[in-house]
Design a protein around this ligand. Structure first.
Ligand code: C5P
Length: 397
């Protein structure tokens, strides 16, 4: 709940502005007070009247509004809130923040404030990817701003990619985490999850039975403790959680590249079931029977070991957690894996079909680390995730 919390909501000028109406409704439903500020462009997308009606408060729009200055100077306005949320944060608003401009009410408030700032960016994928935007984002993050999203998906402009406004429910989670001051606030954790698909030809692939349930539960548990989570997921059966940055990949090679791109991080939890090998002789056409009874011969090459590589990286996170899914000699194999991979902990489990763990809702894990072996009872995957997340708090904070 956000009772007695005040959010200063700066609405930027993008088509996603209409979604802030839902965000206001969610915030008020949690008991928060919302002071809305709109840029000039924002009022081209949603009317100040709708915003004001939902917020139950006056909307601030102009820097040189004398009535407002008498009522509440712009400096005061920037200080009354527990959190400033910029949604949608357009490329232009981010650029103005990065250079310290103060040429309208929104940018002036952002320059004048000492209150934490959360941005929910939304823009076309090319604008998001442009080096100028990425430079500006790096700058404002270095200045202390936090981000939620953007998501990958279809955009109002008809294109597809990264830049889509995070769902209002996800923004609410991020606001809640910042205001309730979770112990992992300000920490960035990479979580890998799900299976990988290794391509054979345009229609076939090699997969495994991982559902992604344990990885998703870990991402949720870390998110709820305030962490900013990069969730790198293969094609999993379980949908990715809201309130985390989702990076979808298909192959182990793509997962390795996505993990590297998400660095630096304070911790990495590698729960994905990564294929050890990929097909070396991938066919660019669908393979066909030729009627002679001849079967195709697949050749394999080893995939990059993401866990081992991140453990040896110059950008190694402080804490690296690996998983060991074993069907036999669980402890012996997990102990060997801890040494071979160079990670800090191994979460070992028995995935033999009799255990019902792979694809199921429960897990029975053993945690191996430099300080010993700990056997946990059979628990729901959600509970395993919660316990693991609180261990991660102890290791990082
Ligand atoms: O070697 P094995 O696959 O059993 O190790 C399991 C652990 O290593 C898991 O944490 C998994 O995410 C990670 N792994 C990886 N890259 C691979 C293979 C496994 O990161 N290519």
């Amino acid at each position: 709940m956000l009772v007695e919390k005040r959010v200063l909501l700066i609405i930027g000028g993008g088509i996603a502005a209409y979604k802030t109406l839902e965000l206001i409704r969610l915030l008020r439903g949690q008991g928060a007070a919302v002071t809305p500020v709109m840029t000039k462009a924002a009022s081209e997308f949603v009317t100040p009247l709708s915003v004001s009606a939902l917020a139950g408060e006056k909307v601030y729009t102009h820097l040189f509004d004398l009535t407002d200055e008498a009522e509440m100077g712009h400096i005061n306005l920037s200080r009354v809130a527990d959190l400033i949320v910029v949604a949608p944060a357009t490329a232009d608003l981010i650029a103005r923040m990065a250079t310290g401009r103060a040429d309208d009410l929104a940018s002036t408030l952002l320059l004048a404030t000492d209150t934490p700032v959360l941005l929910a960016p939304a823009m076309n994928v090319r604008m998001w990817q442009h080096p100028a935007t990425q430079r500006n984002l790096a700058q404002i993050q270095a200045d202390g701003a936090c981000l939620v999203g953007p998501d990958e998906g279809e955009m109002a402009c008809g294109e597809y990619g990264l830049g889509r406004f995070a769902e209002p429910a996800a923004i609410l989670f991020a606001i809640d985490a910042m205001l309730s001051g979770g112990p992992l606030l300000g920490k960035h954790v990479i979580v890998t999850s799900g299976p990988t698909h290794e391509i054979i030809d345009p229609v076939r692939y090699i997969a495994n039975r991982s559902s992604g349930a344990q990885g998703a539960a870990i991402a949720v548990a870390l998110r709820d403790l305030g962490a900013s989570v990069s969730f790198v997921t293969g094609p999993a059966a379980v949908p990715p959680p809201v309130g985390v940055t989702v990076i979808r990949v298909e192959t182990a090679a793509e997962m390795a590249a996505a993990v590297t791109a998400a660095l630096p991080a304070d911790a990495a939890v590698m729960a994905a079931a990564v294929a050890d090998w990929r097909v070396a002789n991938v066919s660019d056409r669908k393979m066909k029977k030729d009627g002679t009874g001849k079967v195709p011969a697949l050749k394999f090459v080893e995939n990059p070991d993401i866990l081992r590589d991140i453990s040896a990286s110059t950008q190694r996170p402080k804490l690296v957690v690996g998983f060991a899914a074993e069907t036999d000699d669980v402890l012996v194999n997990a102990q060997a894996k801890l040494a071979r991979k160079g990670c800090d902990w191994i979460v070992a489990n028995d995935v033999s079909p009799a255990s019902g763990i792979m694809g199921g809702m429960e897990n029975a894990v053993t945690i191996l680390s430099g300080s010993g072996v700990e056997v946990w009872p059979r628990l729901s995957k959600v509970e395993v995730a919660r316990r693991l997340a609180s261990r991660i708090v102890e290791a990082l904070v």
